[in-house]
Design a protein around this ligand. Structure first.
Ligand SMILES: Nc1ncnc2c1ncn2[C@@H]1O[C@H](COP(=O)(O)OP(=O)(O)OP(=O)(O)O)[C@@H](O)[C@H]1O
Ligand SMILES: [Mg+2]
Length: 234
């Protein structure tokens, strides 16, 4: 299995604090093939962001197995996870997470600085410029994030996620902070990236946008909805 297939088996996530335990994910099985476009919907608090963070190797599951591109990534060290993430995954956060002190150009260039093999200035510039063009933000390369509109910030966040040419793009509520015109533009961009071969897994509240995915999944209380129905029937 050398391609960028994702396979989760019986993934659970339990958050433990001194006062309580929260079971955010309760046995999720999920397969995402290369080139797929999956949407994940469900009520607030059902575990969507938790699932995406685990998929993006930003967090680890409490139990279960995660296979990514033929590797078991369930129990990697922090550094190994970062390196797998850098190689395979782009992540777009709901709240953009841009760094206000850096220009648009430097925000997009940031993931390139963490590559194992350093790139030359010229290579960095080429990659960043290509991503700026893709999201039509070339004219704002020198701006700071707080000098941009919400839609523009989201486009920069997408460019940053794309700069390492990830095979898999994980997107949390890409339109959550946008009006419908900017939201539609972001969705068109995602559809085009998928057409070009990028695997996409997107969390969204918006049924209209969920419909644009090839596969629509529903999470309910930490369980995939189909399995949830089966559980209730038992
Ligand atoms: N760090 C944490 N510590 C404790 N509980 C947490 C933590 N992160 C998430 N949770 C809990 O896990 C559950 C799932 O949270 P998650 O953020 O995945 O929901 P979500 O489906 O993304 O919701 P929303 O649509 O509101 O973004 C919630 O009940 C939340 O309170
Ligand atoms: Mg969330």
């Amino acid at each position: 299995m050398s391609n960028n297939k994702i396979k989760l088996t019986n993934i659970t996530k339990k958050f433990v604090t001194s006062e309580m335990e929260t079971h955010a994910l309760r046995g999720v099985d999920l397969e995402i093939n290369e080139g797929d476009y999956v949407s994940i919907s469900g009520p607030s608090g059902c575990g969507k962001s938790t699932l995406l963070s685990i998929l993006g190797l930003l967090d680890t599951a409490s139990d279960g197995e995660y296979m990514l591109a033929g590797h078991d990534v369930s129990n990697l060290s922090v550094n190994q996870r970062a390196s797998m993430r850098n190689e395979h995954i782009g992540f777009v956060f709901q709240s953009f997470n841009l760094i206000d002190e850096l220009s648009v150009f430097d925000n997009i260039a940031l993931p390139l600085r963490y590559r194992e093999k350093a790139l030359s200035q010229e290579e960095v510039k080429q990659k960043v410029d290509a991503c700026l063009a893709k999201v039509e933000m070339t004219h704002r390369a020198g701006h700071k994030p707080n000098q941009l509109s919400g839609g523009q910030q989201q486009r920069v966040a997408i460019a940053r996620a794309l700069v390492n040419d990830p095979a898999i793009l994980l997107v949390d509520e890409p339109t959550g902070n946008l009006d419908s015109k900017n939201g539609d533009a972001v969705m068109m961009m995602l559809a085009e990236l998928n057409r070009q071969g990028t695997t996409i897994c997107m969390v969204t509240h918006d049924p209209r946008y969920a419909d644009m995915a090839k596969r629509k999944l529903h999470l309910l209380d930490g369980v995939m909805a189909d399995e949830f129905k089966m559980e209730l029937a038992v």
